[in-house]
Design a protein around this ligand. Structure first.
Ligand code: HEC
Length: 148
């Protein structure tokens, strides 16, 4: 009897440790996929067709600050501004968070640029603001905030 109880306790402890490590250091809600379940499998197969080079990063940076105006919500440091007048719903993502960078594929980020993030003020940018080619370039820059 006492053996069974001991096992029970260590099981609970193991589950606690696992759960703790998944959420460690970050808000789990931020890591929750933004692409709807029926679209995410396809989106995860998309790859950025433009390998990163200093020139392409520079182009992405220009789009982030200029034509795409991403900087107005995501900030110069990519950490996301918290005081945007009139912004509804969730705050802009912190692009420097390594857990968030790891949790997303390029395809998912591209899907968000095409469709927006449902239920938030992250709007769709393709095709009205950015071409697909420009969007892939701006995503190279978004990835650079994660140090890659
Ligand atoms: C009006 C403010 C605003 C602008 C402008 C904006 N964003 Fe966002 N963005 C947001 C908000 C708010 C979120 C958080 C949405 C969420 O939590 O799902 C977000 C989320 C994102 C995400 C992450 C979604 C995820 O999977 O976690 C990416 C990538 C992104 N934005 C890229 C961009 C790029 C690139 C631009 C410029 C072309 C841009 N955003 C312009 C407000 C903005």
């Amino acid at each position: 009897m006492s053996l069974i109880r001991k096992r029970g306790v260590s099981c609970v402890f193991a589950v606690f440790l696992l759960g703790g490590s998944v959420a460690w250091g970050g808000d789990p809600a931020v890591l929750k996929p933004r692409v709807p379940p029926d679209r995410i499998e396809e989106a995860r197969t998309w790859r950025n067709p433009f390998p990163v080079t200093p020139e392409r990063l520079e182009r992405g940076k220009k789009l982030f600050h200029g034509k795409g105006f991403c900087v107005t919500c995501h900030g110069r440091d990519g950490k996301g501004l918290g005081n945007i007048p009139g912004l509804r719903g969730k705050l802009p993502r912190n692009f420097t968070d390594p857990q968030w960078q790891d949790a997303r594929t390029d395809g998912e980020l591209f899907w968000i640029l095409q469709n927006g993030s449902p239920g938030t003020d992250m709007a769709s940018f393709i095709p009205l603001v950015l071409t697909e080619e420009e969007a892939w370039h701006v995503l190279l820059y978004v990835r650079a905030f994660g140090g890659t």
